[in-house]
Ligand binder design. Structure first.
Ligand code: ATP
Length: 270
């Protein structure tokens, strides 16, 4: 079957209010929202709108969510692809996919292109001899660089890319005119976790003993993705127990379950 080349969402409903915490990052991307809404306002004095920004931070901290919220706030289409999709791809396919993505995005500008796990395609290129050009990852990276250089800064296409390993990126990607801005997305502190809990508790039917602050204190080291997971698990646990509302005990068990899952994952990695 012919898989979709990439995901395109023409109408993004996520906005900044769905992204809890990350105040500094939101402030930084607010500028991108303004560029997308009114590019000519910024270029009138000869300035160039940045082509892209790199969202840097650990897994599950809301990089994808924030990129989507930029599209939602600016009310522009959101195109996305993941670097990991390009691993072990047939020769020529990755580069063609990148070209196609940019072609479609330009036709829909203003818009956002989001590249998740850009490190999977954007690692340092091999030193010395290029092996007959048969490294598809390298071809894909080259085509990304060509595409980034090939569109005008006022074309209305802004590329956001996410990585948790900025140190491994090919320096060509970080050059001026490419991903020359980095926005760091850190794991939330206790206040950030409280805010994230508040977002994810909202749709649940809760018992009076549930408190976002208490849950935040119970979950040091958790990223937003894990917090979302805890809330969902707790609701399912409570439902299985035939409760009318999700209570603290359900959350305790959900936290244990999510920690158990994380430990398992770490064991596999190490
Ligand atoms: P990865 O690097 O693993 O792709 P990511 O940083 O892109 O992760 P997201 O995919 O944006 O993380 O986050 C996963 C989910 O976790 C979100 O869809 C959301 O439900 C929740 N989440 C993460 N961060 C936040 C946040 N700051 N506020 C609210 N929800 C969050």
């Amino acid at each position: 079957s012919k898989a979709a080349l990439f995901d395109a969402e023409n109408k993004v409903k996520i906005t900044f209010k769905d992204v809890a915490g990350l105040e500094e990052a939101k402030e930084e991307v607010q500028e991108i929202v303004e560029f997308l809404k009114n590019p000519s306002k910024f270029t009138i004095l000869g300035g160039k709108i940045p082509k892209g920004a790199l969202l840097v931070g650990p897994p599950g901290t809301g990089k994808t969510l924030l990129a989507k919220a930029v599209a939602g706030e600016a009310d522009v289409p959101f195109f996305s692809l993941s670097g990991s999709d390009f691993v072990e791809m047939f020769v020529g396919v990755g580069a063609a996919r990148v070209r196609d993505l940019f072609k479609q995005a330009k036709a829909k500008a203003p818009c956002i292109i989001f590249i998740d796990e850009i490190d999977a395609i954007g690692r340092h290129r091999s030193r010395g001899q290029i092996q007959g050009g048969n490294d598809e990852r390298e071809n894909t990276l080259n085509s990304l660089l060509v595409e980034m250089d090939g569109f005008a800064t006022d074309s209305g296409v802004i590329i956001l890319a996410a990585t948790n390993r900025p140190d491994t990126l090919d320096s060509a990607l970080l050059r001026p005119g490419r991903f020359d801005r980095q926005i760091s997305i850190d794991k939330p502190d206790i206040n950030g976790r409280t805010e994230i809990f508040n977002v994810h508790l909202k749709p649940l039917t809760l018992a009076p003993d549930v408190d976002a602050k208490k849950l935040a204190a119970q979950t040091p080291g958790f990223a937003g993705a894990e917090i979302a997971n805890v809330c969902n698990e707790a609701a399912l646990i409570a439902a299985r127990r035939n409760k009318k509302a999700v209570d603290q005990q359900d959350f305790n068990d959900a936290v244990d379950r999510v920690i158990g899952g994380l430990e398992k994952k770490n064991k596999i990695i190490s």
